[in-house]
Design a protein around this ligand. Sequence first.
Ligand code: C2O
Ligand code: CU
Length: 464
Amino acid sequence: MISRRSFLATTAAATTAIAGHPLFSVAHADDGFLEITAGPTSKKLYHEDAKASDLWLYNGNTPGPEIRVTVGERVKVRLTNNLEEPTSIHWHGIRIANAMDGVSGLTQEPVQPGETFEYDFVVPDAGTYWYHAHNKSWNQVARGLYGPLIVDEATPAFDPEHDLTLVIDDWRLQKDGSLDVASLGHLMDWSHGGRFGNYLTVNGKSRPNFELKEGQAYRLRLINAANARIFSIAPESFGALVLAYDGQPLPTPEKPAYSPLLLSPAQRMDLLVTPERDFAFEELSGDTPYPFAFFKVQGRQDTKKAFLPLVPNPIPEPDLTNARTYTIDMTGGAMGRMVETVYNGKVLTGEDFPRTGQLWAFNGVANLAEDPFFKIKRGESVILEVLNDTSFPHAMHVHGHHFRVIEREGATIDDGRPWRDTFAIGPSQSVRIAFVADNPGKWLFHCHMLEHAAAGMNTWFEVV
Ligand code: C2O
Ligand code: CU
């Protein structure tokens, strides 16, 4: 029924029009907590005649419910675990209190099946964020445990009708149209580019149509929830400007600096689109462009709805002259150079690699070591120098902080050095990022290609 390339082939475009927020309602308990349950759900991802998939979802929906709050507000979520394995929720991109960061085994004990955990935190920054499982993420996120977290400006910059969230994922389906669960954890994916899907969805639907009004300004919030796929898109082809990366606004809306623009796993991009005619988002990384979301543009309205400029969030500027520099050499993977690698205090040899699934390393250490990669005093500036000594691109994420990419390949970046929480690094590239370590606690630094993280590309630092 579907082939490896079928997401490039086609299914009839889904015809549901989506206007305004693709919201599912979340029940608020009397104590003000949003109830979010992670559990198994059987759902047809592919068309009606296909076999249903065994998904793991939040509140039975893909994506999970859009959590929408105003900057400075408290978010209170009660997670109930109805899965057969432990889980936790990470609030990706939120400069959060460490105990609420949701990293199983580092910032909290994983929530056991049948148990609950209460998350309660303040959102310091407006923008586009998301939440996802952070225990065996390669498994749990691939099965659907993620959702959007949108933080509105004190006065929302766009009204709901002109503000759309697009959560993009690629699923790996079998020939019968159901999620390929058996291939989860394949070492072939772990040692190469990660798990790629063959079926693209936006807000859980294949090739949805959105209806827009001609000449009106829209904010499109893209969230890449895929395990490993880097989306290549060309928003300039329909005149879009970039409003924000990873939740943080650019000083002014800008023409994309490159074409195509890359949206790596976990990254977000807010676009400003004022459509004059129909357009589509196309994934450009394959042999032929694959349109995955369609925008039908209808009748002009007389009055153009105004929107407010986005104001910068209060992220402290790193002090580059007094910063401490730490270097990470990334090694391993297929066609890569494997240096002597230590895992759980033991040097890995031969059979240990497939047996432990540890195939990548940072500075010769696979996965979390007992001691932090570095420990730093609160308020100090950090420069992380990352060398990708592998044959694959990676999407590197810092927890609890946003950073500026200050250098690529030894060349200073002069595109305004946007704030990010996840940066892409190409094979053999070097990148330097800088941030103020102003958030006390234990924070992960890992590849967001979730198979790579599980297979060794995972470390942590401590701010004291
Ligand atoms: Cu979105 Cu540690 O990840
Ligand atoms: Cu990676």
